[in-house]
Design a protein around this ligand. Structure first.
Ligand SMILES: *[C@@H]1O[C@H](CO)[C@@H](O)[C@H](O)[C@H]1NC(C)=O
Ligand SMILES: *[C@@H]1O[C@H](CO)[C@@H](O)[C@H](O)[C@H]1NC(C)=O
Length: 363
């Protein structure tokens, strides 16, 4: 079977025993898609939070379909995009998060490149996407036009939820080949942190962003992009723990969307290059040096009923009976042109959108 996802799945089941009974546990007919989406573009636009604004406040790394744009209509995105960077070629959704920069001792910054995740060989960096359901007919797939947001870019302190319920965490790989990858995301007491790791991570840093499990059943979006969705009554769900009960205000269970981004920090792990004052040198593209402000954006774009079928057919990993897939030689070619002409790859004096004192520019 698919070793890594099975490992994650059993680790999740082990670490978080079924709540409330009633069957529907992960190992009884649940679905867990796990697939890679290569980088589509690095750009300073944000069609969800700052539609139409070119440039938007900070840099994002974007994957998925080529309908990604400074603003995206509330429409069937699958009908607008003509290709996707994801392994499932019927997933023309877009997913994006903040980027991470390394701040050198001389005060200049470099964006840290994403790399292919474990068992997503051949992807040109990007994001690994999971959709999890507790069992057939237990979730309702998103509707065309649906979009949502997870996280808080302004947060600079722990969520207070505790590691296992946090919706954003980092794993610090101790060496090549994802060394130290044992527990489910956000479950490792040693290698997982809610803020940035405080020691070098020579094998890379993986960021996890988890989205809510419940929907109001009516609205495709809401003014803050969060209020039309909600957590189960017991609080935010851990990775792959999808059997929580939804509140009366948001009665419709949706698939759990989980994003993983792996940054290749191998070149930035020499302690001698780190700040002399002992602080850590990583900063999110929104100026956050704590890492607590990581966030994820999602615009749904699966074709027709493909996602619903995947959830109802107990699909697992990067393939699913009845759904079609493409290899990374093809997926890597689905890119969009950058709209904001600025340097997102070289050493820069300040974060794009910020001055050298760290204040936002041009807003
Ligand atoms: C983005 O939107 C602009 C303005 O509507 C349009 O001219 C452009 O073709 C769009 N780009 C893509 C990649 O769809
Ligand atoms: C700053 O430091 C980095 C990393 O050592 C180096 O690559 C870069 O060229 C330096 N930039 C300047 C302007 O000195």
């Amino acid at each position: 079977m698919y070793a890594l996802a099975l490992l994650a799945l059993t680790a999740a089941a082990h670490a978080a025993p079924q709540r409330g009974g009633g069957g529907g546990g992960m190992l009884g007919g649940g679905a867990m898609l796990r697939f890679g989406c290569a980088q589509t573009v690095i750009d300073r636009i944000d069609p969800l939070v700052d539609p139409g604004k070119v440039p938007s406040p900070h840099v994002h790394q974007v994957v998925g379909g080529n309908a990604f744009n400074a603003s995206m209509p509330v429409a069937d995105i699958a009908g607008l995009a003509t290709c996707t960077s994801c392994q499932f070629d019927e997933d023309l959704s877009n997913y994006w998060t903040a980027a991470i920069y390394f701040k050198a001792q001389n005060g200049t910054y470099k964006r840290i490149e994403t790399m292919a995740n474990q068992q997503v060989n051949g992807a040109n960096g990007g994001i690994t996407v999971y959709y999890t359901s507790p069992g057939a007919k237990q979730v309702t797939a998103f509707k065309p036009g649906f979009r949502m947001f997870s996280g808080d870019p302004n947060r600079r302190t722990p969520s207070g939820l505790g590691m296992k319920a946090t919706q954003s965490c980092y794993r610090c790989f101790t060496g090549p080949n994802f060394q130290g990858n044992t527990y489910s995301p956000c479950f490792d007491p040693k290698l997982d942190t809610e803020g940035f790791p405080t020691t070098p991570c020579p094998g890379g840093i993986r960021s996890s962003v988890i989205f809510p499990l419940c929907w109001d059943g009516k609205n495709l979006d809401s003014p803050n992009h969060v209020d039309h969705v909600a957590h189960p009554v017991g609080g935010p769900a851990s990775f792959a723990v999808t059997n929580g009960k939804c509140p009366a205000t948001h009665p419709v269970k949706i698939p759990q969307v989980h994003l993983e981004i792996v940054w290749d920090t191998s070149k930035y792990s020499n302690k001698a290059d780190w700040p002399a004052d002992g602080s850590q040198p990583l900063v999110l593209s929104n100026g956050d040096t704590t890492g607590y402000g990581q966030h994820g954006d999602y615009v749904f774009g699966w074709k027709d009923d493909t996602l619903q079928r995947a959830m109802d057919n107990a699909c697992f990993g990067p393939t699913c009976k009845g759904l079609s897939t493409q290899g990374f030689p093809v997926a890597n070619k689905c890119t969009v042109n950058k709209m904001v002409k600025e340097d997102h790859d070289g050493w820069v004096k300040s974060l794009p959108g910020y001055d050298t004192m760290g204040s936002m520019t041009g807003m």
